[in-house]
Design a protein around this ligand. Structure first.
Ligand code: GTB
Length: 217
């Protein structure tokens, strides 16, 4: 089996592991699969060769022998379904874990991405100052609801699953915003996930790749 992942050649996050290849690396490490990385520049993303892998010209993609997948959620689900360790075997428990993957991608990630895009690309817009508190509150609401669902538990369901992997990956984009710090239960949840050896290995790998092309960093 040969696995090849596409990632930014120079991630704009400068090795903070916030781009969506990180969740795939983490999943691969959790199940113990080796993979190679194809680093792509922003120009490479627009080439026909990459569009054939990813019609929207984005990373990540995963080539699993002759199977080509895009969409980080679909890729992590594929890894979790084909290997032991990220989804329970029992069908109803498995469905619950997959449900949390969808919740992360469809319910929690959109307000987080909208908020960070507003800060990144709309910061000079005349409406930005009035809109920002609204975007912050939308994120706050989701964080409070998620913290309530998590309660005192370590993970969203009985054991760590692809649902937690995806949820934590989505929440990490809020680091430094101050919003996570308002919800200590979620900060602890993220720290617990980041302490996993598989996360540590994935994080170190992407950081080493970034440093190799940006020695000044
Ligand atoms: N829904 C797709 C998926 O989940 O795979 C979304 C993929 C996506 O948004 N990819 C981004 C991309 O390729 C990189 S991850 N963008 C290039 C383009 O569209 O031209 C998003 C991202 C980028 C940078 C940071 N950062 O620097 O903190 C965080 C997240």
């Amino acid at each position: 089996m040969s696995l090849r992942l596409t990632a930014f050649e120079r991630s704009p996050d400068r090795g903070r592991g916030l781009a969506r290849d990180m969740r795939v690396r983490w999943a691969l490490e959790e199940v113990g699969l080796a993979y190679e990385v194809l680093p792509l520049s922003f120009d490479d993303l627009r080439t026909p060769a990459h569009r054939a892998r990813q019609p929207f010209g984005q990373i990540p993609t995963l080539e699993d022998d002759d199977l080509v997948l895009f969409e980080s959620g679909a890729i992590v689900l594929h890894i979790a379904e084909q290997n032991q360790g990220l989804l329970p075997d029992e069908p109803r428990l498995r469905a619950r874990a997959i449900m949390w993957m969808f919740a992360a991608l469809n319910t929690v990630e959109p307000p987080i991405v909208e908020r960070s895009m507003a800060l990144l690309v709309e910061h000079d817009a005349p409406w930005q100052a009035a809109r920002q508190p609204l975007l912050d509150d939308r994120v706050r609401r989701r964080l409070a609801e998620l913290a309530l669902a998590l309660g005192e538990a370590e993970w969203l369901e009985a054991g760590f699953s692809a649902g937690d992997l995806m949820m934590v990956s989505v929440l990490q984009r809020l680091k430094g915003s101050g919003l996570l710090e308002e919800v200590p239960a979620l900060s602890t949840y993220i720290a617990r996930a980041e302490a996993r050896p598989a996360f540590q290995r994935a994080f170190a790998a992407q950081l080493a790749e970034f440093r190799a092309v940006s020695p000044e960093a």
